[in-house]
Design a binder for this molecule. Structure first.
Ligand code: BG6
Length: 484
């Protein structure tokens, strides 16, 4: 199988915060890889814009280093790095002042797609949007890309939406959640809506419960200041986990088109019940294994911020009423392992008798690593001597099924940036979606504050706090093992 690359139209992409961490680690290497793949042509331009004093040559050096770092020290395999660098320029710019804006305007070309990537803190979104407008840089077709965190709570998210809406139409605003750019996350939709066999069973009559796990092995070192203000609830649950929940629970959209998909996701978020205190567990990793604990990493000995959260959610609609969806995410857990598991109910009656034991089908969508899909089915244990049942996986690891090259998926940012250029908002969050997600998250966080509740300490390298295990045990269920 050879994957098809459809080149995008020529574009000018301005990266505000072009010398920042995200630009260095993700955005610029993603552009380089799309250039190598032939999707971004030599007639496109990337303009870094930031406060740092630098000229184009300096910026090219910066990007060269960034790309080499992300390619593991060498871009020799893909080549073309020096040609790619020729497409770059740089403007020293003050996002809150006037410096650099006329130069930026002079750098932009007429007649090509214009995109402005706000790879800066949300405090600057309004200033940048206003200046783009004032200097007349954003024509009707221009797009802006905004990064998470999109607000800190519902109030601040509304304010951000308001400020952006003053200068841009919703169809021009691309709110990134990089989880939506992950290949397997989109596969979730392909599995659900491209196959007939799952849909009739995709409801609380046949599904016992769903588990969504996004486990990380790493801690928050290096990002302590941001993370201590955010915590796992704001950093992961309100956005990435919420998006996974939406894709697994939504009704089939009429079309794979931006508003069809986003309307259905929004309905899921709005159908979520408030979460009572007893259905949420917060955790904070302790020191261990020679690695400092969370409080050291965030340099705050009093911190009560959570690095882990687990909760039981309910989507109250006809499809899911009464069926729990368990979500958990955390840092410094046993492994980097993310999956969605749909655990079907037991067969209503066992013709094989009680001794055959309890068996159930489980559909697992592995997001990372070893992306793939696995369906556990019950079969007869081979051999003579009665009817004994065992569960075996029908395993479709993409790397095996598609071949290593096909399964060398582009990074989420590669896909999402190309979607911005193509003008396709399907994998981006709409303003009302983000607000609805905050409206659900805010009371949970407010509850912790009101009760003065501290997170439970957990041993690094394990499954998280004991209390999270209890959340399931109480219901006669158990979390799936976290394994890479
Ligand atoms: C980011 C969070 O959005 O997603 C990080 O801010 C987290 O805290 C990261 O580590 C996880 O992304 P991925 O793609 O590595 O699963």
């Amino acid at each position: 199988m050879v994957s098809r690359v459809i080149p995008v139209e020529p574009f000018d992409l301005v990266v505000f915060g072009g010398t920042g961490d995200l630009a260095r680690r993700k955005i610029l290497p993603a552009l380089y890889r799309r250039y190598c793949a032939g999707q971004m042509g030599g007639d496109s331009r990337v303009i870094g814009a930031a406060r740092a004093e630098m000229d184009a040559a300096g910026y090219r050096d910066f990007v060269r280093k960034a790309v080499l770092e992300s390619e593991g020290g060498t871009a020799a395999g893909r080549g073309g790095l020096e040609d790619f660098l020729k497409l770059l320029s740089y403007v020293t710019l003050d996002g809150r002042g006037t410096r650099g804006w006329p130069e930026l305007a002079a750098n932009l070309r007429a007649g090509v797609v214009r995109a402005f990537y706000f790879s800066v803190g949300p405090g600057l979104f309004g200033d940048l949007a206003q200046r783009l407008h004032r200097y007349d840089l954003g024509d009707d077709e221009a797009r802006i890309v905004v990064e998470k965190p999109f607000g800190h709570d519902l109030r601040s998210a509304r304010e951000l939406n308001r400020v952006l809406a003053e200068n841009f139409d919703e169809r021009q605003i691309y709110r990134i959640d990089h989880y939506l750019g992950k290949e397997t996350v989109q596969n979730l939709m392909a599995v659900r809506f491209g196959n007939t066999m799952f849909e009739p069973l995709w409801n609380g009559h046949y599904v016992d419960h769903i588990q969504i796990t996004v486990a990380e092995a790493g801690g928050v070192d290096g990002r302590g200041e941001y993370y201590d203000r955010a915590g796992a609830m704001r950093d992961m649950m309100q956005n990435h986990m919420m998006q996974l929940l939406c894709l697994i629970a939504m009704e089939p959209p009429a079309k794979f088109e931006p508003d069809s998909v986003r309307d259905e996701k929004l309905k899921v978020i709005r159908a979520l019940d408030p979460v009572p205190a007893e259905n949420v567990v917060r955790g904070q990793y302790a020191a261990g294994g020679g690695v400092p604990g969370f409080r050291d990493h965030v340099d705050n000995p009093e911190s009560t911020t959570e690095s882990f959260v687990a909760l039981k959610a309910h989507v109250s609609n006809w499809r899911w009423a009464g069926m729990p969806i368990y979500l958990r995410t955390g840092k410094r857990l046993r492994a980097r392992a993310s999956e969605i598991a749909v655990i079907f109910k037991d067969a209503p009656h066992s013709i094989f008798g009680a001794e055959a034991g309890r068996h159930r089908n489980i559909l697992t969508i592995r997001l990372q690593p070893n992306e793939g899909i696995e369906l556990e089915v019950t079969i007869k244990e081979p051999g003579p001597g009665g009817m004994r049942l065992i569960d075996v996986p029908l395993d479709m690891t993409f790397a095996e099924a598609l071949g290593p090259e096909e399964a060398d998926f582009p990074d989420a940012y590669e896909r999402l940036i190309m979607d911005v250029i193509r003008g396709n908002q399907t994998l981006f969050m709409r303003g009302d979606e983000v607000e609805a997600a905050w409206a659900w998250t805010d009371p949970i966080i407010a509850g912790w504050q009101e009760r003065g509740e501290a997170p439970h300490a957990y041993v690094p390298g394990g499954p998280g706090p004991e209390e999270a295990l209890m959340l399931m045990h109480r219901d006669g269920r158990r979390w799936r093992e976290i394994k890479a």
